[in-house]
Design a protein around this ligand. Structure first.
Ligand code: URA
Length: 487
């Protein structure tokens, strides 16, 4: 029988080292007596054995077990180390055990893990510091007394270090004390409750709590579950709870009977400001183009020559949406005039689609590129840029009121339908767009230009042509605006 004592401070590392050593020596759970320092039990009867060294054979332990063990070691159950070791032992032959929800050993450990997490959270919420330093000391100094259900102080020191790095502090619990001085935290054994002076923060806590307490929404059970009674004795604000609960019904009745409070004066000023604001949605004239040209909603405007607005009749049964202007469009100030635009014109003409009758635009209005030598290399806009520019696209749609929108390529499809799923799976289909319009998804002409294989290019061009022909057939028959029909 091996007898292993795990210290209270540094329990996670100590248990892990011991467990790895025992496991590599093949010591079965039944042959180990685990003692938790500070909890009495067998530790008082036996000498602790040397922790076995880890053997050469590599041990692979699921990550989820390590996370579980690193939490459960802080539980107060004296059996915690034995339970963890028993599960670790079984994991050697059943690596999938960690995902077996029906396993009683794992279920028990998960329950313990949950209890430790809850306790950690309560400590973060309910530790109350009181000032203990001399008034003329260079750094302010605070102390708190706290009685956690489990040994959660060690796992919380990082939290308190991050929160209170600009003061010295100590948190004393019956088992462990954390002391933060000179920017470093150290752990020592626990102490009895210190005599802490009352300070001004008590009154602050009380005032805060009285102010956030809403008598009309009082639910005593929910409140005591969130702020369990066992913590009340160390919480200054808890002194106000009985009175607040007792007076809540009368205060709630008084609130209901009282006249409604008038909105503050600044609300009127805000309302007036809103009324003066003219949204792009309300625009029907040249204002939208001017707004698009002045757009600085995302950084793409910094490197582009200009924003490229849509082109075509302002009200149109058919709208065609591409990705973003290319190099030629950026210089010319018009959409689809470069190689992709020329291919689009050609295939559209073959398909019987009249470009002049459609409103042609892009999902993103500025040319995104990186310089390479004297060239400007196209970069696909990312989802954030598409999202920013959707403001303009939706304004164009609201104005054009198309019966059908053709999304050419994945960026347009993303902007119009919210889905970036593969175009090859979706092309040729009509789906409901984000604004309720019918959206016909097809390939982007630049994609056809890039295809290296001649036969593939022919096939893709035929598909593109068929989609544009379908759009030409469908658009006039669709009523303007959002439609309920699906193909
Ligand atoms: N590609 C597009 O998506 N739009 C253009 O305007 C030009 C090329």
């Amino acid at each position: 029988m091996q007898c292993i004592t795990v210290p209270l401070i540094g329990a996670a590392g100590a248990w892990r080292d011991a467990a790895r050593g025992l496991l590599s020596e093949g010591v079965a759970p039944g042959d180990v007596l685990w003692n938790a320092e500070g909890q009495g039990g067998a530790a008082d009867l036996f000498e602790s054995d040397r922790v076995p060294a880890v053997g050469a054979a590599a041990l692979t332990v699921p990550r989820s077990f390590i996370a579980l063990a690193n939490t459960v070691v802080f539980h107060t159950d004296p059996q915690r180390f034995a339970r963890l070791y028993a599960l670790l032992w079984r994991l050697r032959d059943a690596p999938y055990l960690m995902s077996d929800r029906a396993d009683p050993d794992l279920a028990k450990l998960r329950q313990m893990e949950k209890a430790v997490h809850r306790c950690r959270h309560k400590m973060r919420a309910f530790v109350r510091f009181r000032e203990i330093g001399a008034p003329d000391a260079p750094r302010r100094s605070f102390a708190a007394w706290f009685e956690p259900t489990h040994y959660t102080l060690e796992m919380n020191t990082g939290f308190f270090e991050g929160r209170f790095a600009d003061m010295d502090w100590r948190i004393v619990t019956p088992d462990v004390t954390a002391i933060y001085e000179q920017g470093r935290v150290r752990l020592e054994s626990g102490q009895a409750a210190p005599q802490l002076p009352e300070d001004a923060s008590e009154e602050l806590w009380l005032t805060y709590f009285r102010n956030i307490f809403n008598p009309a929404r009082l639910k005593v059970n929910a409140m005591t579950s969130e702020m369990p009674r066992k913590y009340w004795k160390n919480l200054p604000e808890a002194a106000a709870i009985p009175g607040l609960i007792a007076n809540a019904p009368a205060r709630a009745r008084a609130m209901a009977a009282a006249a409604p409070t008038l909105p503050p004066l600044r609300a009127a000023a805000a309302q007036a400001g809103l009324a003066r604001h003219v949204s792009v949605w309300a625009d029907t004239g040249a204002g939208l183009e001017a707004d698009i040209r002045a757009c600085t909603r995302c950084p793409l405007h910094c490197n582009a020559t200009q924003a490229i607005c849509g082109e075509g009749p302002k009200r149109a049964a058919l709208m065609i949406v591409g990705e973003q202007p290319g190099d030629r469009e950026d210089l010319a100030g018009r959409p689809f005039v470069g190689p992709a635009g020329q291919l689009f014109d050609k295939v559209a003409a073959e398909a019987g689609l009249d470009r002049e009758a459609a409103y042609v635009t892009n999902a993103v209005k500025h040319f995104k590129h990186i310089p390479r030598g004297r060239k400007r290399i196209h970069q696909r806009p990312d989802a954030g840029e598409v999202e920013q520019c959707k403001w303009w696209l939706e304004a164009e749609i609201a104005r054009a009121k198309p019966g059908l929108i053709v999304a050419m390529g994945s960026t347009a499809a993303l902007a119009l339908t919210g889905s970036g799923a593969r175009i090859m799976m979706r092309r040729g289909s009509v789906v409901r767009g984000r604004m309720g319009h019918d959206v016909l998804i097809t390939l982007h002409p630049s994609y056809l230009l890039r295809l290296p294989d001649a036969a593939a290019k022919l096939r893709a061009t035929a598909d593109f042509r068929a989609d544009l022909a379908l759009a030409a057939r469908l658009a006039p028959s669709r009523s303007a605006g959002p439609s309920a029909t699906r193909r």
